[in-house]
Design a protein around this ligand. Structure first.
Ligand code: NAD
Length: 492
């Protein structure tokens, strides 16, 4: 398989990935065209029979073996991530730890969630045995981003594989070497079958994957690209999972632990240079909490530094977006409390206050190490403002008494109470958003079902004296049916 891909690749143009820290070329990869992508999907379809034939336990064994490779060679992959994405080694390791946990969970839980089970057939159909199982779709195309080049695609790859699908993975053009490492390591357990393959290139390659005959596309990236992916998939009614951007907030209530909230806001906003889909970008603090929170946050922010606490901005063009958001906030009356400095692709931790709600820094995804901090008159106002963007991905609430009550009122897929990003580390919880943040879910039971089709089966156990679904049904049967309805459902 690998040889075939490389033979074709030799004739195709290549592109480079770069080290964000130095700008140096890191690796070169083929820019694969539609024919090569289709060939990969065809091979994936052939491999499906073997992979599905392994059953839940056989696939669990393979996923466990893959997980063990990742766990034992963790430093090696973390180094590739560090180089190609620019994140510190420690952050790369943390990302890997979470991803490994998801592989384990998906393999272990697939049978429980997807396996055949009996379903009650109900009074009217008591002569039928009813059963349900969740069958694999076939070939899933996974299109990934660069910001969490392992954790993010793994939410689709591990769950799609555990459900019995084969996968063709197109990593971001910024992190193809990380994608290559993942696919090569899986090949070590796949006995020569093309269960997980790599295709590389830019948007055109991703677009070709949408049109290559896959049974589903799992896309993670910006809402703008997501719309293009949906349009391409619509041509053949290919279903899509959309994991797009966010503008997550943290709400700080009157009774919050302010130092803990400040610590969490800082990490949630600045880790990975703020290039986190579920990163905190806005904070709403109540009048009572505001001063203490801002003082603690500013003090802590002065202890961290771009280049030491987090790395360079991975995609150089993003620096302009960050700069524009800060400038727009200031032009509209906002104040830079700390930070604001940008040196090449290093952006210092930046805290902004007094930024109007219709500013870019409050409404649009900044994807940089910035936080807006806004005083609100009540938690209710914070909830309203949190819900007032087009996004609905995740967020956090700091409150001693009302945390969960507040969380349930936020129009987003995930909320951590008194911590940040905690939900991402709980494999049993679904992960995904609404609005411009997308739809569908990775992780958890929902994440396994996302890559399946429900298969409902009834088996007639005995024939009823009055056949309902037959032209032999008589007027007497119809009258009986009306009577039965009255008896069964007539009493409100
Ligand atoms: P992007 O939208 O630029 O690219 C994502 C992927 O789509 C890349 O692999 C790219 O090559 C591919 N692509 C580009 N054009 C395409 C097309 N026309 N057809 C098919 N594929 C195409 O996003 P990015 O800059 O790589 O990632 C950052 C974005 O991802 C941010 O908005 C971030 O919030 C989001 N994100 C979301 C989640 C989540 O789980 N919700 C996780 C991580 C990142």
């Amino acid at each position: 398989m690998t040889q075939a891909v490389e033979r074709v690749a030799a004739a195709t143009p290549t592109f480079d990935s770069f080290e964000p820290a130095t700008g140096a070329v890191y690796a070169s990869f083929p820019e694969q065209d539609a024919a090569e992508v289709e060939a990969a999907v065809t091979r994936a379809r052939s491999a499906g029979a073997w992979w599905q034939g392994l059953g839940f336990s056989g696939r669990k064994d393979k996923l466990d073996a893959w997980k063990a490779i990742l766990a034992t060679r963790l430093p090696e992959l973390a180094e590739v991530m560090h180089k190609e994405n620019g994140k510190p080694i420690g952050d790369a390791q943390l990302e890997l730890v979470l991803a490994i946990d998801h592989i384990a969970w998906a393999g272990k839980n697939a049978r429980r969630v997807l396996g055949a089970r009996k379903v009650s057939s109900g009074m009217m159909m008591a002569n039928q045995a009813a059963s349900l199982e969740y069958q694999p779709l076939g070939v899933v195309g996974v299109i990934g981003p660069w910001n969490y080049p392992v954790f993010t695609p793994m939410g689709s790859i591990a769950y799609a594989l555990a459900a019995g699908n084969t996968v063709v993975f197109k990593p971001s053009e910024y992190t193809p070497a990380v994608g290559r490492w993942l696919v090569d390591s899986f090949a070590e357990v796949a006995e020569g079958h093309d269960v997980l393959q790599l295709v590389t290139g830019f948007g055109e390659t991703g677009s070709a994957l949408c049109r290559a005959g896959v049974d589903k596309i799992a896309f993670t990236g910006s809402a703008r690209t997501g719309k293009k992916v949906m349009a391409a998939c619509a041509e053949n009614l290919v279903p899509v999972l959309m994991e797009c951007g966010g503008k997550d907030s943290m709400i700080v209530d009157d009774d919050a632990d302010l130092r803990a909230a400040a610590d969490a806001a800082l990490w949630g906003g600045m880790a990975n240079a703020g290039q986190t889909c579920i990163g905190i970008e806005r904070v709403y603090a109540t009048e009572k909490a505001y001063d203490g929170f801002l003082a603690a946050l500013t003090e802590k922010a002065r202890t961290i530094e771009a280049g030491r606490s987090y790395g360079n901005i991975t995609m150089p063009s993003q620096v302009d977006v960050i700069r524009t958001h800060i400038a727009d906030a200031v032009a509209r009356g906002g104040t830079v409390v700390t930070g604001g400095g940008i040196d090449g692709t290093l952006v210092q931790p930046t805290i902004l206050t007094g930024v109007p709600e219709d500013s870019l820094a409050v409404q649009e995804e900044t994807f940089g190490p910035t936080l807006t901090v806004t005083k609100v008159s009540s938690v209710e106002e914070a909830i309203t403002l949190t819900n007032a963007t087009s996004y609905g991905l995740a967020g956090a609430v700091f409150s001693k008494r009302r945390g969960v009550e507040i969380a349930t009122q936020l129009r987003s897929g995930m909320t951590s109470v008194n911590s940040v990003l905690a939900f991402a580390g709980v494999p049993g919880l679904p992960f995904g958003g609404s609005g411009d943040s997308g739809f569908g879910r990775i992780h958890g039971d929902d994440g396994l079902r996302e890559f399946t089709r429900a298969k409902a089966i009834t088996r007639q156990r005995f024939a009823l004296p009055v056949a309902l679904m037959s032209f032999q049904r008589t007027g007497r049967t119809d009258a009986l049916l009306v009577k039965a309805m009255k008896l069964l459902h007539g009493r409100g």
